[in-house]
Ligand binder design. Sequence first.
Ligand code: FAD
Length: 395
Amino acid sequence: ASGHVVVVGGGYGGATVAKYLRMWSEGGVQVTLIERNPTFISCPISNLVIGGQKTMEDITVSYEGLRSKWGVRVIQDDVVAVDAAKKTIALKGGSALSYDRLVLSPGVDFMWDEIPGLKGAEAQNKVLHAWKAGAQTVALRKQLESMKDGGVYAISIPKAPYRCPPGPYERACLVADYFKRSKPKSKVVILDANEDVMSKKGLFTKAWSDLYAGIIEYRNNSEVKDVDAGSNTAVLEFDKFKADVLNVIPPHRAGDIAAKSGIKLINNRWVDINWLSMESTSTPGIHVLGDAIFPAPTMPKSGHMANQHGKLAAAAILNLLSGQEPNPEPVVMNTCYSFVDSKNVIHVSSVHQYDAATKTVQPVKGAGGVSAARNELEGKVALGWAKNIWADMLA
Ligand code: FAD
């Protein structure tokens, strides 16, 4: 195959598709990756930085491997516009690039309109989400370190679908682990907009009662409708909740560039794709990966899944660039590990196979499952998973 593919976003989906396009075409396809950040910083394992068990250095990886080993042209810039008819993109830096096929893996952006009190920069710098790893990860850790013993940390979870279903519960555990060691009079309150724990429920609730009785309190049906950032107060439907450290994860949608490129979004939020090629159903030539897509049934928004999307799309794009049809029976899989303390981990896994009748990928019955119980062996496996997937994407 030959041609020029431009990839927007060097996260779990984008970095993977960039590398695999170069590797599988044996250098035949030119690949340009545009990423606004200078280095890759991983959301998976970032909850351990917030809990004080790992450092930012542990979750940061350079783009140098993509450049020097795989010949990907990596440009640090922001993509501000896409012209799907002319097959060009515009960069904030002023230049434009043309493509034969475009891949968007922009992750998520937040729906600030849903939480009016968080619309300004000042409020956003005080009431953090830390749902994109980077400066906010460091800032949330600092807030927790400065909190007095006996204080309350509250984390709010938006209604599903959101990025990383088990992630907020993992964060609650790791903050509680830190409190148990360093600020034993402090509390963690989970304000969940959903009716129930969204992932690994039995395993998380067991960790809360075994390890964090009297520390973690879980409240379901507690959607944050607004925030008073000045007083760190979350406004719920019938109630208000004031915390010492308030961590609000606002509802999110496909990264802004998806809407700006004029492709079809479902519910004004997620991109509708053709699962055989990950191509937008409205706009041929634009493939979309990762958290930005309208998820298939039971499919989580995860880094592991975005990495699988990257490989599915790379194979399909190489076929399309050679005038062939994509594989008619793609299969993808997922495993998400969650730390419940600094050593013990639980996992959930699933396999999803394309179904021609429903034109989507469906969960394969009997495949996957969850850990029997939290255990330290999976703690080692989880750190190995992270190192392996970063190498798979970037080295
Ligand atoms: P991202 O990885 O977010 O990549 C998007 C990239 O696009 C970003 O680097 C961004 O800077 C860039 N970008 C966006 N727009 C533009 C633009 N216009 N121009 C240039 N660049 C742009 N998943 C797991 O599998 N396992 C876990 O254990 C796990 N733990 C998590 C823990 C936390 C706390 C969080 C928040 C998430 C976790 N996840 C986990 C989920 C995982 O991080 C996401 O699902 C994954 O990052 C999605 O990949 P993506 O490529 O869609 O987006």
